[in-house]
Design a protein around this ligand. Sequence first.
Ligand SMILES: O=P(O)(O)OP(=O)(O)OP(=O)(O)OC[C@H]1O[C@@H](n2cnc3c(O)ncnc32)[C@H](O)[C@@H]1O
Ligand SMILES: [Mg+2]
Length: 197
Amino acid sequence: MESVIIATKNQGKAKEFEKLFSPKGLSVKTLLDYPELEDVEETGSTFEENAVLKAETIARELGVRVIADDSGLEIEALDGRPGVYSARYAGIEKNDEANIDKVLAELQNVPEIERTARFCCALAMAEPGKETVTVFGTCEGRILPERKGTNGFGYDPIFFVEAEGKAMAELSSEEKNRISHRANAIRKLDEVLKERE
Ligand SMILES: O=P(O)(O)OP(=O)(O)OP(=O)(O)OC[C@H]1O[C@@H](n2cnc3c(O)ncnc32)[C@H](O)[C@@H]1O
Ligand SMILES: [Mg+2]
C-alpha cells in the first residue's frame, strides 16, 4: 500500500488520519515512526503558519512529501483563545485534562448562548521542489459546562457539535470523521490536488 507521512506526534490525530486515508488506499506513517527527528517548534501566529513550518521542515529532512496538521479550538467569548496555543493552554505542553479545566474555569459564568466555538484544522502538504499546499477546515459548536463522552481526544469531551446534537467525544470515529474540522480540511485538500493535476 502507498503510504503518506503525517508530521505529527499526536496519537489521536494519527488514528483519525489512518481512518480518513485508508479508503483512498493510503497507509499513514507519523513522526512516531521517526523518533530520531527533533520536534519542530510551533513559532507561527496562525494555524496555517505552524502547519507549513511542520510540513516543510520534515519534508526537507526526509526528502519526501509530508502532510502536517495544526489544529485547535477558538472560543468566541475568549476572543479566539486557546487558538494556536491549544496544545499548551494550561502551560504544560499537551496536557488535555489541564487544558479542559482551564477552559471550563474561564467560561464558568458565561451563559450557554455565548459559549460558541469552532475547531480549526490547517493542513499543509510539502514536497521538496514543489509549492506547498495549504487548506483549512472548521467545525462549529459550543463549549459544554462539563465533560461528556469518552471518544476522540483533546477538547472533544467539552465540544458540543451543533449539527449532531452531541458532544464530539460522544460520536463514533466514523461520525466524527464525517463532520470534523480535519475531515473538512482533507476534503478541501482533495479538491486542490485534483485541480493541480
Ligand atoms: O503538533 P502535533 O505533533 O501534530 O500534535 P499536537 O497535539 O501538538 O497538535 P497541535 O500543535 O496541532 O495542537 C492541537 C491542539 O488542539 C487540540 N485538538 C486538535 N484537534 C482536535 C480534535 O479533533 N479534537 C479535540 N481536540 C483537538 C489538541 O488536543 C491539541 O491540544
Ligand atoms: Mg503541536
